[in-house]
Each structure stands twice: as structure tokens, then as C-alpha cells.
Design a protein around this ligand. Structure first.
Ligand SMILES: [Zn+2]
Ligand SMILES: [Zn+2]
Length: 141
């Protein structure tokens, strides 16, 4: 299996490698991503869940996402870093926070979503493909 992308949490207790190219990439500016990350947005890429190998224990917190379906956000129970999310609305896929990549240049955001909820101090490039909430179809890379 070819390892394309690797990453870890802050303390190193959770490591992962994705053996597939991302199928969706984007920065989510929704309020849930702001609160859960403490930042302006969550940069995420989705890979097929079967292609992501996770080492270490991950705790998941469940909430109702912008689509109205359940979203489970996975974090390291030791250091609290957020790494993963599984959305009921996107079966078979798992998202990974791009800031946890060993080489962050592997992440290329294709769109900015939920920009209608962006903080006033957020910075979204004029050139970005933007959606007020969810895109009509998932943005592809
Ligand atoms: Zn950790
Ligand atoms: Zn979000």
C-alpha cells in the first residue's frame, strides 16, 4: 500500500496515514468548526475511510452538523488535538484536519464552505470558490 499522507496529533499518541488521494478538500467556516477548533475555520480533506489507518486511541464527540445529520469529531484524549470527523451525511468517508499533516503542503483547499458564518476577523481569499453553507455538490479537488 502506498502511503501518500501521514500526520499526527500534538503529543504524537495518535498517528495516521492515508493510502488514497483526498476525494474532497475544503475550509469549513461554520460555527461548530470555529468552536471545536478555537480558530476561524477547519481545513479538512476527505479520504475513503477504508484508506485511512489510525494508530492510537481516538475519542469522538458527536453533534448535529450543518446538514442536520450527525457529525462525530475525533480528538486525541491525551493532548486534545482534533484530527478526524465522520459525517453521517457522507458515508464511507472520513475527514482529516489538514493542520495535523506531517507535510501540510499536501493539503490544497478546493473551496471555502459556510462562509455565511465566518467570523469578521476571518480571512478568505477573493479568489476562493465560496459557498454560503454547504455546496450543492461536494467540491472535488
Ligand atoms: Zn495527542
Ligand atoms: Zn464546519
Amino acid at each position: 500500500m502506498n502511503t501518500l499522507m501521514t500526520g499526527s496529533c500534538l503529543c504524537g499518541a495518535v498517528k495516521y496515514h492515508a493510502a488514497a488521494e483526498p476525494v474532497i478538500t475544503g475550509n469549513c467556516h461554520c460555527r461548530d468548526c470555529q468552536r471545536s477548533s478555537g480558530s476561524a475555520y477547519a481545513p479538512v480533506f476527505f479520504v475513503p475511510a477504508a484508506a485511512l489507518s489510525i494508530e492510537g486511541s481516538v475519542h469522538y464527540y458527536e453533534s448535529i452538523g450543518g446538514s442536520g445529520a450527525k457529525v462525530r469529531r475525533g480528538f486525541c484524549p491525551t493532548c486534545g488535538s482534533q484530527l478526524f470527523a465522520v459525517a453521517e451525511s457522507m458515508p464511507g468517508l472520513i475527514s482529516v484536519r489538514a493542520g495535523t499533516l506531517d507535510d501540510t503542503s499536501h493539503y490544497v483547499p478546493s473551496a471555502d464552505i459556510f462562509v455565511s458564518q465566518a467570523a469578521v476577523w476571518d480571512h478568505i481569499p477573493d479568489t476562493a470558490l465560496k459557498f454560503a453553507t454547504l455546496p450543492p455538490a461536494p467540491p472535488t479537488r
